[in-house]
Write a protein that binds this ligand. Structure first.
Ligand SMILES: [Fe+2]
Length: 322
């Protein structure tokens, strides 16, 4: 190994025994300028540890694109399509992302005015906030004290027409300074996280799957999610739950006949679980805000049914089925 890996600090409320392999800092290497052997080591490390951090490195947009492309050499697109988020004005991604003109696979994200950046003469960037998407928001007093929420838990994927990327590369050019924020999970646990401004949080889909009781694991391995056509336009009028984990069932989603033109063949149905090609571990891979249907295959013939959550539900409701 020519690259050195160091564990990343976990939030204090985390149970470290559940995150032993999650996240590593990579030392002694510039990810924009490394040998094919080092790139292979980075690939193996990412599949093993899910998230990698490189500190104090300098990357051009071309180097950033080349690094991500290592994981999928045939891909030519940013995950939402090159230059597409600019043209879909009704999409909730429209105010958030700007393509770098000469490398449209790399997008600019941030907050405030930007001038003369990599061929972009001027851009007004808006960092997303729960206040523009959640059904309820934190009180003005709490907000003044730096309280916020997770905006929207997601995987980076268009979920319509284009397939999800294998990897996302975030490059911090200027990190916002200022007092830390307190991010509330707002899931009833009272848990919260102290964060710098503009933070992107990552979660282990593998841990998420392992935490499930066996009957829900049984459902997860048999389940697929059907996503809406143009899901980021479809979800725009709807309001999200306070956890950022899905939208409220208020019927506010854009009607299918009012969406931009779409076809059934481009609608995406993905398994709830993803199998890591290196570790063979199963991970959750769901974008709850774009989901329209959960499709659960029946248990295989002869499988034990007494622990099935579906059969318990059926028993409770005096129904037959599995
Ligand atoms: Fe993202």
């Amino acid at each position: 190994m020519t690259i050195e890996l160091a564990p990343l600090p976990l939030p204090t409320t985390t149970d470290p025994s559940k995150f032993g392999n999650f996240g590593r800092e990579v030392k002694g290497i510039n990810p924009g300028d490394c040998t094919p052997e080092q790139l292979e080591e980075i690939k193996q490390a990412l599949y093993t540890h899910d998230a990698l951090l490189f500190r104090n490195v300098s990357l051009t947009p071309e180097q950033q694109y080349a690094l991500a492309k290592t994981f999928d050499p045939e891909s030519e697109n940013y995950s939402h399509g090159n230059n597409k988020t600019e043209t879909q004005t009704k999409s909730i991604l429209h105010p958030i992302l700007r393509a770098i003109p000469r490398v449209p696979q790399v997008q600019l994200i941030g907050n405030g005015m930007v001038y003369n950046h990599e061929g972009i003469a001027e851009a007004k960037l808006n960092h997303p906030s729960h206040k523009t998407f959640h059904k309820t928001v934190v009180s003005p007093e709490d907000e003044a004290n730096g309280v916020t929420r997770f905006y929207r838990w997601h995987m980076d994927a268009a979920l319509y027409d284009l397939s999800p990327p294998r990897v996302t590369a975030l490059y911090a050019i200027r990190v916002p300074q200022g007092p830390k924020q307190t991010c509330r999970y707002d899931d009833g646990s009272g848990d919260e996280l102290s964060l710098p401004l503009g933070t992107t949080a990552f979660v282990s889909g593998q841990t998420m799957f392992h935490l499930l009781p066996s009957e829900l694991k049984s459902v997860a391995v048999r389940a697929k999610v059907k996503y809406a056509p143009h899901p980021f336009v479809w979800m725009a009028p709807a309001r999200a739950k306070s956890t950022g984990l899905g939208i409220e069932s208020d019927g506010l989603e854009m009607p299918l006949n009012e969406l931009p033109p779409w076809s059934e063949e481009n609608v995406k149905i993905y398994p709830v679980l993803w199998k890591n090609p290196v570790t063979k571990a199963l991970s959750f891979q769901v974008h709850p805000c774009g989901a329209t249907e959960l499709i659960i295959s029946p248990l295989p013939t002869g499988a034990a049914r007494e622990n099935s959550i579906v059969s318990r539900w059926c028993a409770h409701h005096r129904l037959e089925g599995g």
